[in-house]
Design a protein around this ligand. Structure first.
Ligand code: ATP
Length: 367
């Protein structure tokens, strides 16, 4: 294992920033630490880097317990959002900085820097100063500087936070390619779920200092461990239904609820892609009006509103939308093909047993 955290906690006075977090990162993985602001991501990264000491628990890097090892001896490269380039140094000297500190020979420094300039597409910029670079180039120099001394692990805290959307996209793709080339264990912090899904092999999701789930982008999207993860990763429709006569109802939506007592409340979640829509009003069991269409590229997101005021978000391809002649204001019928029970109150059914609570027609259990 490249990095192992065992029951790591961090207390800042009265604030518990990180609560008994354990996870493992294999050699060569590209892992995103994802979560809302204040979730504890940066603190976890700083503890791995050696910039903060854990209050309890162990941090192990390549088999060695790191708790008391100072930052300079951890052989870690890091790029923090506020870890700006040295303004009065050229690109060359910025990248060479860590190598000089380590007393590399002049010739080795030159060879290493030119290797990195080439790898990072920064050739010819070695004499420029940071203010003569674009935002994207500056970020690449910062990462090249972190990688120069050949660290065993690369840590990035919101590496693309300060650049505009287009450059951000380019840097994401570039990071994926760089990781493919170098295969270095890399952890990066982001609060952007799309960025985490697109870039990483695995995602660790934090909230309130706790680890909510670790898994591949697909696992956390399709099989979220709990409602927080389900809501945080991707768009989720949530409906709260009430049970009467073994049927759970909210507005027009009714689902069979065998075994649940009258008065029990059930919260279900479903993804926009699990909603089927048709302009044929006989086709699906529920009726609604298409209120709003969001154009997202190849896919569209539409917002439906039922006559009782339920708002349902659905996703479809542009083609399907055009073929059906859909438009804002059209009446449609719809069906929820897949959903998951998020919670039940006042009934015996636990969320894990949601497979027994199936909509007509019976469908898969993934969100
Ligand atoms: P963000 O995305 O906003 O950076 P985060 O998930 O990285 O959030 P952390 O920066 O790790 O979260 O902070 C977790 C909690 O610890 C927050 O409540 C924060 O206020 C607190 N915290 C972090 N650093 C310190 C510190 N040096 N002293 C006191 N409290 C701190």
């Amino acid at each position: 294992m490249s990095i192992v955290l065992k029951n790591v906690s961090k207390q800042f006075g009265a604030v518990t920033a990180v609560k008994r977090v354990s996870f493992e990162v294999a050699e060569g993985e590209l892992v995103a630490l994802l979560g809302p602001s204040g979730g504890g991501k940066t603190t976890v990264l700083r503890m791995i880097a050696g910039l903060e000491l854990p209050t309890e628990g162990d941090i192990v890097i390549r088999g060695q317990r790191m708790n008391e090892i100072p930052v300079q001896q951890r052989n870690i490269g890091f790029v923090f959002q506020n870890y700006a380039l040295f303004k009065n140094m050229t690109v060359f000297r910025n990248i060479a900085f860590g190598l000089k500190v380590k007393k590399w020979k002049r010739r080795d420094i030159e060879a290493r820097v030119s290797e990195l300039l080439k790898l990072f597409g920064l050739e010819g910029l070695d004499h420029r100063y940071p203010h003569q670079l674009s935002g994207g180039q500056r970020q690449r120099v910062a990462i090249a500087r972190a990688l120069a001394p050949k660290p065993s692990v690369l840590l990035l805290d919101e590496p693309f936070g300060a650049v505009d959307a287009k450059i951000r996209q380019e840097l994401r793709e570039w990071l994926v390619r760089l990781h493919e080339d170098l295969n270095m264990t890399t952890l990066f912090v982001t609060h952007d779920q799309e960025e985490a899904m697109e870039v990483s092999n695995r995602i660790v999701i934090f909230s309130g200092g706790r680890l909510e789930q670790m898994g591949s982008p697909r696992e956390v999207y399709e099989n979220p461990a709990n409602e927080f993860v389900a809501r945080f990763v991707g768009v989720l429709n949530v409906l709260e239904l009430e049970v009467w006569g073994e049927t759970a109802t909210v507005g027009e939506i009714t689902l069979p609820a065998p075994g649940l007592p009258d008065g029990a409340r059930v919260r279900i979640g479903f993804r926009p892609y699990a909603v089927s829509i048709s302009t044929d009003l006989e086709r699906h069991p529920y009726l609604a009006t298409l209120r709003r269409t969001y154009f997202l590229g190849v896919m569209l997101r539409v917002e439906l509103e039922t006559d009782t005021g339920l708002v349902i978000r659905a996703r479809m391809t542009k083609e399907d939308y055009a073929q059906q002649g859909l438009a804002d204001g059209r009446r449609v019928s719809f069906q929820i093909r897949q959903y998951r029970v998020l919670a039940t109150e006042g009934g015996p059914l636990a969320p894990e047993e949601s497979a027994t609570f199936t909509p007509p027609p019976t469908l898969g259990e993934n969100i």
